[in-house]
Design a protein around this ligand. Structure first.
Ligand code: ADP
Ligand code: MG
Length: 729
């Protein structure tokens, strides 16, 4: 029975190392070679066409049909010279991954032949028959068409002989069916709101960019072992498996030297990423065995998010070359750390100022504080909708499990900034300030050091930490599309900045001096958002109690978290910012509920099958061996001796019998619970039913299986064990 497991191990042990061709050139020589970037556009496009693309990227100006034709011509020439045969529109549907449908360049030519062609229409818009993507009811069958439309702000690239065009994905009726459309809208909203606030300080600012630097955590598992674990293959996580006697207790994996085979994978991956213009920078071993991290240099948010999706895809492909499977699941293994994807986020101006970096003088520091304080207020007011953007079935295993931030949203600021806010909070700004008071306050504001040393990442327990020149949203899951969190965050901040400006303007109109008006509103915001600030240990029990006292919410249930999006204020905010319509929000809630239900349903089915087809027969086989042994003992030994010899075995036989009976009974109950849940009409009620009455069986059944793993003869056990999955490198 166990040959499967041992065959997998044998394959690992007899495998020859994979040869990697070393890249002989400097990275700077081949960086971006597969991207239709600005230098290539300059070379392949007419002046006019080049200008229209740059205008579209920088100012969002639409590209007309004539220009699109010209761009398509140039792009085609470049693609053909680089071996491309096909084109695809590439988009981010509301699933866990991206989508593409390839079309060859060839069209009928003269005399029965074919020619390569790419029209402007083909480049700009396509209508993939993509009716199977989740829409949450937005697309009824009569309007099932979905359209993809070119996003010129993210450059085209070539992967596997296919010219890939980043696109948005919308319905026939114009509603967003993807992550990119609302992300672009949220980026525009925060640009507009932040630019207006910046102009209070510097009239030269005409654009504010949102930036993202993601840190992707992942596990590598040998592919042969992975293939021998149906649960990993089908659900992305192990649904059973007793912990290894040693895993991460000694912290000997974190930042240790990278194992050779893993290093070869990373090198191969990085070279491919560089060719695609993805500026990958940092690699290291993470805390759990066989867990690693990859981070690029941060980029403009939309591009950074495309790059994250591209690299997740690339990682899966390249891992296979090295006989690894890559795991992006937030919690592939119980009992050791799971994986996240910190989203380092900042705003910067077209005048070269990072709005989250303290400046050189009181004025620029006041601008810096304005953005920090408004972000805090946005976080405080929108804690529930932000949580709804990051809480998913797999991420619930991680959040609040003492390895990742809790499901309570709070912000870490560090001593320097906290001190500054405390000072502003008590400053007398509510009446006309005396010149001395004003000077003193400005002097203090001017004293924030440019580089805030104590802030650089000291507190790893905070879900939203200020790290010197950016905020780090740490609650995002490793398998997530960063857009989900970024749409929520940028919309929330945009909304708050608009409110801030209105309040300041109103005071100024009432005769208050501009700087005093800013002080007054900031003071009010500091007081209002105080409960969201927390610099202590986010993993501690005291924080849970303190957070509850402060009225902060702590929600770990996906359907409950999603309720926050039904809030009238949230719906209005998304509408006003032009990011999501009420119908789009409802659609997204439906999609998320359905995703949750289906994931639990799949896990429950896989576990049920494995329990009944793999585990129970194995346990019964071992039990029969013991029974046979007991029978033989009786024949060979005297009654007296038999009694003492058989005692331990009989106990074991009973123990196995007990676990087997429990597994069988619980699997049956779980199936019944599924049946009850499956016929519930309302998607929301069904999700609650899956959460409350199906999900608990996953842990219940696993408990008995993991006990059996410790009892049953190792030779018989059918599935690779944790000590194998986590330590084969
Ligand atoms: P750590 O693990 O210490 O948090 P890493 O070096 O792993 O740091 O990742 C930090 C990420 O933050 C990188 O992607 C980096 O480019 C990004 N980053 C740095 N400065 C900014 C900024 N101003 N805005 C957005 N991201 C930034
Ligand atoms: Mg970090």
């Amino acid at each position: 029975m166990a040959q499967f497991r041992f065959r997998a191990l044998e394959e690992v042990l007899t495998r020859k190392p994979v040869e990697v061709k070393r890249q002989e050139n400097l990275v700077s020589d081949f960086y971006g070679m597969n991207v239709f970037d600005r230098p290539k556009m300059k070379k392949y496009l007419s002046k006019e066409a080049y200008k229209s693309v740059i205008d579209a990227v920088d100012n969002g100006t639409p590209i007309d049909r004539k220009m699109a034709d010209q761009v398509a011509q140039g792009m085609k020439s470049w693609a053909l010279e680089n071996g491309a045969t096909h084109i695809t529109h590439w988009f981010h549907p509301l699933t866990d991954g991206t989508a593409e449908k390839h079309d060859a360049f060839v069209v009928h030519g003269e005399n029965g032949g074919v020619v390569e062609s790419l029209s402007g229409t083909m480049l700009s818009q396509q209508e993939p028959d993509a009716s199977s993507f989740p829409s949450g009811g937005i697309r009824q069958t009569f309007e099932a068409r979905g359209y993809t439309a070119w996003d010129p702000s993210s450059p085209a690239f070539i992967v596997d002989n296919t010219l890939t065009i980043p696109t948005i994905f919308i319905s026939y009726t114009g509603e967003a069916l993807d992550y990119k459309t609302p992300l672009l809208r949220a980026i525009a909203a925060v640009d507009k709101a932040a630019t207006e606030v910046c102009q209070m300080f510097d009239k030269n600012v005409s654009k504010v960019n949102a930036n993202l630097g993601w840190e992707q955590e992942y596990f590598l598992v040998d592919e042969a072992l992975f293939m021998a674990r149906p649960d990993l293959m089908l659900t992305g996580r192990t649904l059973m498996g007793h912990s290894a006697s040693k895993d991460q207790q000694l912290d000997d994996h974190y930042f240790s030297s990278i194992p050779t085979r893993v290093f070869r994978f990373m090198e191969d991956l990085e070279n491919e990423a560089f060719k695609l213009g993805i500026p990958v920078k940092t690699r290291h071993n993470e805390v759990a065995p066989n867990q690693f991290e990859l981070a690029p240099i941060y980029e403009e948010l939309n591009l950074a998010n495309d790059h994250n999706q591209m690299i997740m895809d690339l990682m899966k492909k390249i891992a296979r070359r090295h006989n690894f499977a890559v795991l992006f699941h937030e919690k592939p293994f119980a009992g050791i750390n799971g994986s996240g994807k910190h989203n380092n986020w900042s705003l910067s101006t077209d005048t070269g100022v990072n709005l989250f970096s303290p400046g050189k003088n009181p004025k620029s520091n006041l601008q810096f504080l304005t953005f920090v304080i408004n972000t805090l207020k946005a976080l405080y007011v929108n804690q529930d909708m932000l949580r709804a953007s990051i809480l998913t079935a797999p991420n619930t295993h991680r959040l609040g499990a003492n390895e990742a931030p809790p499901a309570i949203i709070s912000a870490f600021l560090g001593t320097e900034i906290s001190k500054m806010l405390d000072l502003m909070e008590v400053a007398v700004v509510d009446r006309k300030m005396t010149p001395d008071e004003k000077t003193a306050l400005k002097l203090n504001i001017g004293r924030i050091p440019e580089i805030i040393l104590d802030n650089t990442d000291r507190n790893r327990t905070s879900p939203f930490a200020f790290t010197g020149n950016r905020f780090e949203f740490r609650a995002v899951g490793s398998s997530a599309n960063c857009a989900s969190a970024m749409i929520a965050l940028n919309t929330a901040v945009a909304d708050q900045l608009v409110k801030f400006k209105i309040e300041v303007d109103a005071l100024v109109e009432g005769g208050v001096k501009k700087d005093e008006a800013i002080f007054q509103v900031l003071k009010k915001l500091i007081i209002e958002s105080k409960p969201i600030r927390f610099d202590g240990n986010g993993y501690s029990e005291e924080w849970r109690i303190e957070a509850a006292r402060r009225g902060l919410t702590n929600i770990t249930s996906v359907p409950t978290a999603l309720e926050a999006l039904h809030d009238k204020r949230v719906i209005e905010m998304y509408g006003k910012a032009g990011v999501l319509t009420p119908r789009e929000i409802e659609g997204r809630i439906e999609v998320e509920l359905e995703k949750y239900t289906k994931k639990i349903q799949i896990e429950s089915r896989v576990l049920g099958d494995l329990a009944i087809n793999h585990i129970v027969p194995t346990a019964v086989q071992y039990q029969s061996m013991l029974l046979e042994n007991v029978k033989n003992l009786k024949i060979v030994f005297s009654d007296e001796e038999y009694k003492s010899l058989a005692e331990g075995r009989i106990e074991l036989i009973r123990e196995i019998g007990g676990h087997v009976s429990s597994i069988k009974a619980k699997v049956k109950e779980m199936i019944e619970a599924r049946k009850v849940a499956n016929i519930i009409e309302s998607e929301k009620e069904k999700t609650y039913a899956y959460e409350k009455s199906v999900r608990p069986y996953l842990d219940d059944i696993r408990y008995h299986i993991d006990k059996l793993e410790l009892i049953v003869d190792n030779e018989l056990w059918p599935l690779p064990k944790y000590r194998e999955l986590l330590f084969v490198k």
